[in-house]
Design a protein around this ligand. Sequence first.
Ligand code: ADP
Length: 352
Amino acid sequence: MKVLVINSGSSSIKYKLFRMPGKKYIAKGTIEHIGEKGSAVCDHYAGLKMILGKINSVDVVGHRVVHGAEKFKEPVLIDNQVVRKIRQCCSIAPLHNPANLAGILACKKLLPGTKQVAVFDTAFHQTLPPHAYIYGLPYRYYKRFGIRKYGFHGTSHEYVAHEASRILKKPLKHLKIITCHLGNGCSITAVDRGRSIDTSMGFTPLEGLVMGTRCGDIDPALVTYIMQKDKLDICGIEDMLNKASGLKGISGISNDMRALCAKERSGNKRAALAADIFVYRVKKYIGAYIAVMGKVDAVVFTAGIGQNQQEIRQEICRGIFDALKKKPRLLVIPTDEELMIAHSAFKLMNGR
Ligand code: ADP
């Protein structure tokens, strides 16, 4: 079965074609600058038409959808009702869901008879218990506006947790794992016997760790304080917290951890500070998740920083497990969200 995985963003579409079952992709590519001035690709329909022109045949399409709110707890076959529900989630994921939906609608038109599956970044975290996902806000905001922790990067956390179980040769249901997805966006998840029980990102992907350009956890009172002091409007503060903070904001140099480590080696203090803050926040989350799970069998590192930067992994792990009777296995596992989506779509089509 040929599964085409589509990751449709606001101005780009990434695709990978897999022959399932099996782990190897047979084609991949990216269409960029969609809808931008002077671009040959005016919209997602045109972009997908180009992609399909390069591919002989497709049996099923798997779409990455960022936000499924509480409506989707697992991958689903896309029909009109699913499209309606994904559209309803656009208000809480305005940067992502409309673009994901554009990809789905274009595929529906271009491949009318082909089954399509939606796989949600939030679905893996739908097993969080209420004490982990309800904020200390008036409860009515949860009931009226769906304000709660949702968590993201779910496909990645689920994939590496499964891989860890395979490597350790133990079923997931017997393992307690902490998965650290450390890329430009960063999140950590406590996976207790295969279920996500807490995760660092929240209602949006801004909460939690210090990231490339996102601030992660801050005192919420700072939002209005900075708005007043720096005369920022809502767009201005959102931009600052999402795009000008994190490693980039602290260092004043770059959001790229490789660049910061190089600067640190040549004596740059702000680069060193940014890296120290990054490491410290990851340590705190790992410690918290050991506390909530009672023990940890494995800590998994993945994504750009997690997979490639040994010095950062070493700093994170330094001294952190000293008090534990049984030390966890430390694993570096390359993530593969596209393969996980292909696998989920394949499983759904085969009724498993
Ligand atoms: P994204 O969240 O955009 O997918 P990545 O997973 O590619 O991000 O991670 C990007 C981060 O990983 C950057 O801080 C980068 O410096 C760091 N990194 C370190 N080594 C590498 C590498 N070999 N390849 C890619 N990113 C790397």
